[in-house]
Design a protein. Structure first.
Length: 146
């Protein structure tokens, strides 16, 4: 379960999002979801799927705020256009992941046993790990290095 200390580690001391803390929180949620699946614990699985979706929505919100805050026109140079394409593609990837988790959540709430359909949850977990790895590269390459 995501504890208060894990949630606190996802934000820096001044309230800004810390990429490594968010990555740790996302890995903790996905790992707990997989272990709940193996134990056939439906209520924990539903909570973890909802938490994973919440983290994805928060990441989309943070990225949209950052893009609006920098106020950089998209057609200034080729570099800014490339930045918007990379960040926008990742936003689409995360949005697809949130929709996928939403469908898994509806299945779990609807009573379909996802423990018999482990491949859907495992594929969603692998997708989130890939999205997290790409976000780490984007964080360092675009947000930090600029």
């Amino acid at each position: 379960m995501l504890t208060v200390s894990a949630a606190a580690s996802a934000t820096g001391s001044d309230g800004e999002d810390d990429a490594s803390g968010a990555t740790r929180a996302r890995h903790r949620i996905v790992g707990a979801n997989s272990s709940a699946l193996s134990r056939k614990n439906r209520s924990t699985r539903v909570v973890k799927i909802a938490e994973s979706s919440r983290v994805g929505i928060a990441m989309v919100n943070q990225t949209v705020f950052y893009i609006a805050d920098i106020g950089l026109p998209i057609d200034t140079s080729q570099a800014t256009t490339l930045m918007f394409v990379i960040v926008g593609s990742h936003l689409v990837m995360v949005s697809i992941g949130v929709l996928w988790l939403g469908l898994l959540l509806l299945r779990a709430l609807g009573g379909q046993d996802t423990s018999r359909h482990r491949d859907l949850v495992s594929a969603a977990a692998l997708y989130w790990y890939a999205a997290t790895a790409i976000y780490a590269v984007i964080w360092i390459g675009i947000y930090i290095a600029k």
